[in-house]
Design a protein around this ligand. Structure first.
Ligand code: URA
Length: 247
């Protein structure tokens, strides 16, 4: 599994600085590879087999990184956008070096759990329609909901384009003439799915927040816009859910 990479790429991937900053640090003699001070960032190193030090401290290579964000309203779930702020703009500069992307999309006005990673196969596995990874949302709608809505969602509803949804679980948390609070678990991820499911029942979603995706639950300690690295345990659970636990 010999895999070498340029030293400047490795150091910037590990968040030490931008490519041009790390080349400067190499010239300053702050970087050592197996005890020697390389002169340029273009030398190739094997990150797992060689010892790289920055200012005397080991640089531990990780190919993949995983974060959960509590996405706030008002930003788009994309890596770049000509007009709008993206979830990537919310990352600290040291985390922007990892080529992270969001696993799936939440609408601009939806908040809640968003996984950010640079592990393409994990994203692919979690989003694959075959895997039916469940997602739970808190949805506030503009009027009353009742047992008929629970039964309709359980049987599957027809969306505006004729698509028949898979069975979904609706929990009613509170009911009012102008506002009801619900929790909805779906096993697929069609465009605007939750909003369109409620529309099929004559209700308009006024607030939407994702609180879980497969085994991963949104950490209550994260305010909208905040994010944290996933724990090893959380990563392993996601890999398993995505069918990658043997990797
Ligand atoms: N369903 C929606 O309608 N919007 C989202 O952002 C996510 C699920």
């Amino acid at each position: 599994m010999a895999k070498t990479m340029r030293l400047d790429k490795l150091l910037s991937h590990m968040g030490i600085g931008t490519r041009s900053e790390v080349r400067k640090y190499i010239r300053y003699g702050w970087v050592e590879v197996d005890g020697a001070k390389p002169k340029s960032g273009s030398v190739h190193v094997h990150p797992e087999a060689q010892t790289v030090l920055y200012k005397g401290a080991p640089v531990i290579y990780k190919e993949y990184v995983y974060y959960m964000m509590n996405k706030p309203q008002g930003v788009v779930s994309a890596t770049e956008d000509a007009r709008e702020s993206t979830v990537i703009d919310l990352l600290e500069p040291e985390d922007q070096v990892f080529d992270l992307f969001p696993v799936g999309r939440l609408d601009k006005d939806t908040e809640g759990l968003l996984i950010l990673t640079n592990h393409g196969a994990l994203a692919h596995g979690l989003l694959s329609p075959k895997r039916h990874v469940f997602k739970t949302y808190e949805a506030v709608v503009d009027g009353p909901v009742n047992e008929n809505d629970i039964s309709a969602f359980k049987a599957g509803v027809t969306l505006d384009d004729g698509y028949e949804t898979l069975p979904a679980e609706l929990e009613i948390l509170s009911v009012g003439d102008h506002k009801s609070e619900t929790r909805l678990t779906i096993y697929e991820g069609k465009f605007h799915q939750v909003k369109r499911m409620f529309e099929s029942r004559g209700r308009f979603v006024v607030f939407l927040k994702r609180i879980s995706m497969g085994p991963l639950k949104l950490d209550d300690a994260l305010s909208p816009g905040e994010y944290r690295a996933l724990t090893e345990d959380e990563v392993n659970q996601l890999l398993e859910q995505a069918g990658l636990s043997e990797e």
